[in-house]
Design a protein around this ligand. Structure first.
Ligand code: 4AD
Ligand code: MG
Length: 438
């Protein structure tokens, strides 16, 4: 609609055409005899410059100052050649209608607002070029994600948001409970009904699910159940982590893409992740592959002084990942979750991380432990409650197969594709420690 300016002729082939546009006023310049209004309808990045003088029907609303930045308007006009240097065409308006006026307090004025400021206005920031563009890139990547997996015969599985299991075993879950009126019989607001730890402990056996329930940290375990029935599946949905990391790469609520491949090993898993990243257009060549041991060696040989020492057996820190992706080349796996398949050396697991410059870990994946005795031993080692995983263990009891999968943080992908510095700026409504507004 507004995008006619982006064609090869920059709009010149629309000269003389009548256009009707709905949109929001981005900027407004009133001169003695003529007013310039830039409007945008959200369909693209370019604004349409509308030129309005006293001949236009509805001009009185412009003259009286009723139409301001942020207002929604409807215009009808003819495409003419622009005298300005910034665009080839503009709209000579013959009718303008104010649809919704904008209070002068509208916070997104022409001067460039900082990203920090815009985070406090998350309900309005999509009206800026940057956030409008990011929303469209996000949409395109989501579409491309489904396209890639659908074209390759994967079945999309909806994994649950509420679950009793902790897939990553890292204890970073948010708890879900019903609202119980606390000291009062009736609660005036939901806030009054939230159980207070000292006041009234939750009796889980009496609670909604009859036991503690949490927001999921990963849909993987559920995806595995479907992979061991339908072969290749993927999940794509929100996941939650109560990790208190105030960084530019962590959200408390983020979307994850989790393919799970049956009759597959770690190499198939890596090939799938690479093909996916190439398909969505963020990688054009193959990833360099190095083992964890090689990564540790490389880091120990580095001249650079690290804050955290590099030691075989411990997780790599972001400074190490940064060194590997930005100064050396590529990545290494982080430390082993209970479900990762043990390698023949008895010390390492068949896991991988894919690291990219500027972001660090984009993908974490592994071949899963498909051997019942190994998995049980591993759960025991980690002192995890085997009973709670009875259904997961059943998959190893009834027709177990080698299988592998990975998780890709969708916001990190959008960050990588757009170059946005902070992950809070690539999801419409970021959830981070201390912040769940909007
Ligand atoms: O490496 P993670 O923790 O792996 C899993 O959850 C596996 N169960 C996935 C699987 O094999 N199906 O998380 C996977 C990816 C990370 O590489 C990262 O991109 C993203 O999820 N991620 C986050 N993104 C934003 N904010 C956070 N707090 C994130 N934590 C992980
Ligand atoms: Mg990881």
């Amino acid at each position: 609609v507004v995008d006619i300016k982006n064609g090869p002729s920059q709009g010149l082939d629309f000269l003389g055409n009548t256009l009707f546009l709905n949109g929001w006023v981005r900027t407004l310049r009133i001169q003695s005899s003529v007013t310039f209004i830039e409007i945008n309808d959200g369909s693209c990045l370019s604004n349409m410059q509308c030129v309005i003088d006293s001949e236009a029907e509805g001009y009185d609303q412009v003259e009286s100052g009723l139409i301001t930045t942020g207002a929604s308007i409807w215009v009808q006009g003819v495409v003419v050649e622009s005298k300005g240097s910034k665009q080839k065409v503009e709209l000579k308006v013959n009718k303008i209608v104010l649809v919704g006026k904008s209070d002068p307090s509208f916070p997104i004025q022409k001067k460039r607002a900082s990203r920090e400021f815009l985070r406090t206005k998350a309900h309005l920031r999509a009206r800026t070029n940057t956030f409008g563009a990011v929303a469209r890139v996000r949409n395109t990547l989501a579409y491309a994600t489904h396209k890639f997996f659908q074209d390759n015969g994967f079945v999309w599985v909806s994994s649950p948001i509420i679950t009793a299991s902790d897939c990553e075993g890292a204890g970073e879950q948010f708890c879900v409970t019903t609202l119980i009126p606390s000291s009062h019989d009736t609660a005036d607001s939901p806030i009054d009904a939230i159980p207070k730890t000292n006041d009234r402990l939750v009796d889980w056996s009496q609670d909604f699910f009859g036991k503690p329930a949490f927001l999921t940290v990963s849909g993987q375990l559920n995806a595995e159940t479907y992979a061991t029935a339908l072969s290749d599946v993927y999940t794509f949905g929100p996941t939650f982590r109560a990790e208190n990391s105030n960084t530019s790469r962590h959200l408390a609520e983020f979307w994850m893409i989790e393919p799970e491949l049956a009759f597959a090993d770690l190499n198939d898993d890596m090939a799938c992740a690479t093909a996916y990243l190439q398909f969505v257009g963020v990688a054009d060549k193959d990833f360099v592959q190095i083992t964890y041991t090689e990564a540790v060696d490389l880091l120990s040989r580095a001249k650079k002084k690290f804050e955290f020492p590099v030691k075989w057996g411990s997780d790599l820190q972001s400074e190490h990942e940064r060194y590997i992706t930005e100064e050396a080349f590529n990545g290494s796996p982080d430390i082993k979750a209970f479900y990762m398949r043990q390698n023949d050396d008895g010390k390492t697991v068949a896991a991988m991380d894919m690291l990219v410059p500027g972001i660090g870990e984009l993908v974490g994946g592994s071949q899963r432990e498909e051997r019942l005795e190994y998995l049980e031993a591993r759960l025991d080692d980690l002192k995890l409650n085997k009973d709670a995983y009875w259904w997961y263990l059943d998959l190893r009891r009834y027709g177990s197969v080698p299988h592998a999968g990975f998780g890709l943080g969708f916001e990190r992908l959008v960050q990588f594709a757009t170059g946005m510095d902070n992950i809070r700026d690539v999801i419409p409504f970021p959830r981070t420690p201390g912040s769940a507004e909007f």
